[in-house]
Design a protein around this ligand. Structure first.
Ligand SMILES: C[S@@+](CC[C@H](N)C(=O)[O-])C[C@H]1O[C@@H](n2cnc3c(N)ncnc32)[C@H](O)[C@@H]1O
Length: 313
């Protein structure tokens, strides 16, 4: 029987496998295998691009009748509840018996159910001979509204990547102070603000600076943005997220890239660097320790791979 408090359901595209694995390792301290895992760490599903659902386990029993008695003993009364069966890998229950089980439990909970606009969702799932009952919370995908930001740029990071970079930089710790050193149109900042992080942004380009301000304002987010070369910032941050300029649309030379990394390493203890090129030599040159690495493929008209280098001083 699982002793952890939460079940997490994960979904990711094949081009994001490595990124999802890295996020799971840093947020939950575990290796991702398959599409679900158990943890005692509580994390909001909509603060990750990959967590689709979290179930807080309230009752578990290997005896189904005992599970029903235990649910009954809780005397649950909720108006507008919903009940769902989550079929995990390895659970080969058919549709009918699944419905029967939902009916059993539905009759125990008092109050009118509401399938479409539930006030609370309960979940039943089965794994390795044990039935689990709990409260389920799903990613309501509200953050997907960032897709309609007023200013965008064809080579911006995807929202999924941006969201994951924030988690990789912060370990999911909301008290960390973050800086997006080359914020472009603010894709990373939007995800940071949505997640409740303290995140600031910087861009040398005046148009990008204004685009970031406009995007943040559109969603009512308040965050500091600097129109500046990153080398001129003098505050200290727990982590910097650096989406390096690349030659596709922004002029980038090795010297520019090195200056950005060198400047960021002066203001942040932890650096999450996104690059198209192999920058291992530069990381070594500035005395940074490479602690994690991942790639993420951009799919679409222009296909290329981004490298994510996680470094510490
Ligand atoms: C790849 S883009 C970032 C895109 C951004 N992550 C997004 O999703 O919109 C790189 C950005 O770095 C900015 N940049 C280049 N050199 C810089 C510097 N020295 N300091 C701050 N920003 C710089 C460029 O103006 C450009 O907007």
């Amino acid at each position: 029987m699982q002793s952890e408090q939460f079940l997490y359901l994960i979904k990711y595209n094949s081009n994001e496998t490595q990124l999802c694995r890295l996020e799971t390792k840093l947020l939950f301290n575990q290796e991702l295998e398959g599409n679900h895992f158990f943890s005692d760490i509580e994390f909001e599903p909509d603060h990750s691009a990959f967590i689709k659902k979290r179930v807080e386990i309230l009752i578990a029993s290997s005896d189904y009748d005992e599970l029903l008695l235990l649910i009954k003993s809780k005397k649950i009364h909720v108006e507008g509840f919903k009940l769902e069966y989550i079929k995990l890998k390895g659970d080969d229950i058919e549709y009918r018996p699944r419905l029967d089980k939902l009916r059993d439990i539905g009759y125990i909970i008092s109050g009118e159910p509401d399938y479409y606009h539930p006030t609370i969702t309960y979940a039943l799932f089965y794994q390795s001979g044990v039935y689990y009952f709990g409260k389920s919370v799903r990613d309501d995908a509200e953050w997907q509204q960032h897709n309609n930001k007023p200013c965008s740029f064809s080579n911006s990071l995807s929202m999924n990547t941006a969201k994951t970079l924030v988690n990789i930089a912060s370990f999911g710790d909301k008290s960390k102070r973050l800086i997006d050193t080359c914020c472009g149109v603010g894709t990373v900042m939007l995800e940071g603000c949505y997640g409740g992080y303290t995140i600031e942004g910087c861009d040398i380009n005046i148009k990008s600076y204004h685009h970031t301000l406009k995007n943040l304002d559109h969603y009512g987010y308040k965050a500091e943005v600097y129109h500046s070369d990153i080398k001129d910032l003098d505050q200290q941050y727990d982590a910097a997220i650096i989406d390096l300029p690349y030659n596709l649309y922004s002029a980038s030379t090795d010297e520019i890239m090195e200056n950005i990394i060198a400047s960021a390493s002066k203001i942040a203890k932890r650096l999450v660097i996104v690059s198209i090129a192999d920058i291992k030599e530069v990381i070594d040159k500035y005395g940074l320790k490479l602690v994690d690495f991942s790639t993420v493929d951009k799919v679409g008209k222009v296909k290329f791979t981004r490298n994510v280098w996680v470094c510490e001083k």
